[in-house]
Design a protein around this ligand. Structure first.
Ligand SMILES: NC(=O)c1ccc[n+]([C@@H]2O[C@H](COP(=O)([O-])OP(=O)(O)OC[C@H]3O[C@@H](n4cnc5c(N)ncnc54)[C@H](O)[C@@H]3O)[C@@H](O)[C@H]2O)c1
Length: 366
C-alpha cells in the first residue's frame, strides 16, 4: 500500500504521525511511505532521517494526498486540506467528528474511509491510541491551569501548592479517566487539594486507594458539580463518552457562580467541550475570560511537547496502521473489532453511532 504523511498545518501542531522507526516497519511489510518535506521538523526529525529509513520525500502536501492510498495524520483535516482528499482513500488520524459537522459532511461527500484514532477501542473498552495523548493532555492541563491562575493572565493569583500559612488551591477534576487521573496526580504532586468527580464507582474507589492526602473523590451529579465549581480555584474538564459529543456538565450559570479569577481548563474541548462557556483556543492565544473566569481550551495540548507526543502517538498507532496496510480496510475491519470501531465514515456512509446521533444522520454500522 502507498502510505502518505503530510506535514501538520494546524496552528502550533508540531507532531508528525510517523517516526523513522515506523517508516522502517511499513517498508519491511512491503509498503511504500511518502513523507512531505519538513513534516518532521517540529518534532526535530530531519528529512534525512526519513530518507535513511526508506521513505520517499515529496515536495507538497497535494502530492502526498494525490498519491497515497492511506494518509496517516495527527490532527483532523482542516479546510485547506479538504480539496486534497481523494475518494476511496483511507484517512487514519484524530477526527473528533461529533463536534464538527462540516468535517463530517466533507468526509461523507468525499466517500473516504475515515478511521478515527479516538474511537479505535479494544474489547475491554480502552482507547489505545487516544490514551497516551490523554495522559499528556491531562498532565499539561495542570501546567496551563497553574499559569492561568497567575495574575498576569487574569487569574486569582493563587499558587496551586500554597505556602507555609497560605492554603493550597483547590483543583476540581471532572472525569477520572486517563486525562483526569493524570491531571489529579500532577495537581497533588504540586501540592494542591483535589476533588475528583466521576460516574464510575470502581474508579472512584481505586482513586481513593491511590491518592490519599489532600484528595477527595465524589460521585458526579449535578449538585456536586455545582458546589465543587463554586469552591474551585481550577476546574478541569476531562469527561468522555467515546465517539460522542462531550456532555455539557457545567452550565454558564454555574460558571457565573465561580470565584472571580478562577480558571477552567476544558480538555474535552476536542469533543465539543463539557463546559457551556468553552470554545477552542490555540497555543498562541490559549486564554480568554468569560463570566470573570479564565478559560483555557486548547484542542491540541500535546502539540506543544512534540518530542514526547510524536514518539508516544506514532508507537500507539503503528500496530493498527500496519494492520490496515497489510490487510486492506475490508479484511482489517472484519478481523479486528478495534479497527471496526475506529471507522467513522465508510465510503460515503456514516458508521459511528455517536456521530450519527450528534447530527441526526442515518447510521450504517460495519
Ligand atoms: N484537548 C486536547 O489536546 C486533548 C488531548 C487528548 C485527549 N483529549 C480529550 O480528553 C477527554 C478525556 O479523554 P480520556 O482519554 O481521559 O477519556 P477516558 O475515557 O479515559 O475518561 C473519561 C472519563 O469521563 C468519565 N465521565 C463520563 N461522563 C461523566 C460525567 N457525567 N461526570 C463525570 N465523569 C464522567 C468516564 O467515566 C471516564 O472515567 C476526551 O474528550 C479526549 O478527546 C483532549
Amino acid at each position: 500500500m502507498i502510505i502518505g504523511v503530510p506535514r501538520e498545518i494546524k496552528e502550533a501542531e508540531n507532531r508528525v504521525s510517523v517516526t523513522p522507526a515506523c517508516v522502517a516497519e511499513y517498508i519491511q511489510h512491503g509498503h511504500q511511505v511518502l513523507i512531505e518535506k519538513t513534516a518532521g521538523r517540529g518534532s526535530r526529525i530531519s528529512d534525512e532521517e526519513y530518507i535513511q529509513a526508506g521513505a520517499h520525500l515529496v515536495a507538497t502536501a497535494a502530492e502526498v494526498w494525490k498519491r497515497s492510498e492511506m494518509v496517516i495524520k495527527v490532527k483532523e483535516p482542516i479546510e485547506p486540506e479538504f480539496p486534497l482528499i481523494k475518494e476511496g482513500q483511507i484517512i487514519f488520524t484524530f477526527l473528533h467528528l461529533a463536534a464538527d459537522y462540516t468535517l463530517t459532511r466533507t468526509l461523507i461527500d468525499k466517500k473516504v474511509i475515515a478511521v478515527a484514532y479516538e474511537t479505535v477501542q479494544l474489547q475491554d473498552g480502552s482507547l489505545p491510541i487516544l490514551k497516551p495523548m490523554s495522559e499528556i493532555a491531562g498532565k499539561l492541563s495542570v501546567q496551563f491551569g497553574a499559569q492561568a491562575l497567575e495574575t498576569i493572565h487574569g487569574g486569582r493569583g493563587v499558587l496551586l501548592g500554597g505556602a507555609s500559612q497560605a492554603a493550597p488551591a483547590l483543583v476540581v477534576i471532572l472525569g477520572g479517566g486517563t486525562a483526569g487521573w493524570n491531571a489529579c496526580a500532577v495537581a497533588l504532586g504540586m501540592g494542591a487539594r483535589v476533588y475528583l468527580l466521576d460516574i464510575k464507582r470502581d474508579l472512584l474507589e481505586k482513586a481513593r486507594q491511590t491518592f490519599k492526602e489532600r484528595f477527595t473523590a465524589f460521585a458526579s451529579d449535578r449538585d456536586t458539580i455545582e458546589t465543587a465549581a463554586r469552591e474551585a480555584d481550577l476546574l478541569i474538564g476531562t469527561v468522555l463518552i467515546p465517539g460522542a459529543r462531550a456532555p455539557r456538565l457545567v452550565s454558564r450559570a454555574m460558571v457565573s457562580t465561580m470565584k472571580k479569577g478562577a480558571v477552567i481548563v476544558d480538555v474535552s474541548v476536542d469533543q465539543g467541550g463539557c463546559i457551556e462557556t468553552s470554545r477552542p483556543t490555540t497555543h498562541t492565544n490559549p486564554f480568554y475570560i468569560e463570566e470573570g473566569v479564565v478559560h483555557c481550551c486548547i484542542t491540541n495540548f500535546p502539540g506543544t511537547v512534540p518530542l514526547t507526543s510524536t514518539c508516544a502517538l506514532a508507537k500507539a498507532s503503528l500496530p493498527f496502521g500496519l494492520e490496515l496496510a497489510d490487510k486492506g480496510i475490508e479484511k482489517a475491519v472484519t478481523e479486528n473489532s478495534a479497527i471496526a470501531k475506529g471507522v467513522n465514515i465508510f465510503r460515503g456512509r456514516a458508521s459511528c453511532r455517536q456521530v450519527c446521533e450528534a447530527f441526526g444522520l442515518k447510521c450504517e454500522l460495519l
